[in-house]
Design a protein. Structure first.
Length: 293
């Protein structure tokens, strides 16, 4: 039961994140400015709450710096992914970004004391095979090894580093304070990038502003407060692989709202993907009788 709350928070976070590709596909705002407003609106909503409720606790300089680095890493991930998905196909960008469990596993193996368990690697292979079935094997024959390809891969690398650094930061910072600091860093960083790139900060349609607000509230605040809570209490390898589940939910949402077809192949792939995720949560238990023997 002790793991129930983090797992439920992770599921809720994945559900919130899964609508993000649907919103990006609408292409109502440029990728970089969309990332900026996602962070800036979320920060402007969170800051008054944590100040008025006195839930903002400034950590030591070391951990404040770690939260700031997390903000820059996450902002880079979202910005690069937004550009990749608008410059190529959503499928290609999503698949390549979702290679992050591999990078998390490799980085954990090299840098962390707690190495990924065997069931993580087995689950990762099965989940990625399911992901391949979900998008269709023919898709791999049509991959374009261009700038968008590299940006999508880079997005996954940014995200994997973010997960590992945030795990360290969240060991000494509460979730709301961590989110406030990291969102501030993300907003300032992306504002500077958008100014340098001469991105438009206004001139969007009402629907465009609604999408930006939805991204900030649902895909950022609701999703990442939940995921950060899960990261605080779970292994980053499990969190990263579990986030692949958003691909299944996104497929269902695309079928419901964008009239995209769901094939038998996609259903089987989704089941395999979710099975791979489930394997990583398997832990070998030893009975009390064996312990006392």
């Amino acid at each position: 039961m002790t793991n129930a709350k983090p797992r439920l928070a992770l599921v809720f976070g994945i559900l919130c994140i899964s609508i993000f590709p649907i919103l990006v596909k609408l292409k109502l705002t440029p990728g970089l400015i969309s990332a900026f407003y996602r962070m800036a609106i979320a920060f402007s909503l969170l800051l008054p709450y944590v100040v008025l409720t006195k839930k903002l606790h400034i950590p030591s300089l070391k951990y404040c710096l770690l939260a700031t680095i997390c903000g820059i890493l996450f902002a880079s991930d979202v910005a690069v992914w937004n550009i990749a998905i608008q410059e190529s196909s959503a499928t290609q960008a999503s698949l390549l970004t979702n290679l992050s469990p591999l990078w998390v596993g490799m980085l954990s193996f090299v840098f962390l004391k707690n190495k990924p368990a065997t069931n993580f690697w087995i689950g990762t292979v099965i989940a990625l095979f399911g992901m391949a079935m979900l998008v269709g094997f023919r898709f791999f024959l049509e991959l374009n090894f261009d700038a968008a390809f590299l940006l999508a891969v880079l997005s996954g690398i940014f995200y994997s580093i973010y997960l590992l650094v945030s795990k360290k930061a969240l060991s000494q910072i509460d979730v709301l304070s961590f989110m406030t600091i990291s969102l501030l860093a993300s907003s300032i960083y992306l504002a500077i990038v958008c100014l340098i790139m001469n991105e438009p900060f206004s001139g969007f349609t009402n629907q465009g502003w609604l999408v930006l607000f939805t991204q900030a509230v649902v895909c950022q605040l609701m999703a990442w407060i939940s995921v950060s809570y899960a990261t605080q209490h779970m292994r980053p390898t499990r969190v990263s692989l579990s986030l692949l589940g958003q691909a299944v939910l996104t497929t269902v949402l695309a079928w419901a709202f964008l009239d995209e077809n769901i094939t038998l192949n996609m259903i089987i792939g989704g089941i395999i993907l979710l099975s791979g995720i489930r394997i990583t949560f398997y832990t070998k238990t030893i009975s009390l009788q064996n312990k006392s023997a």
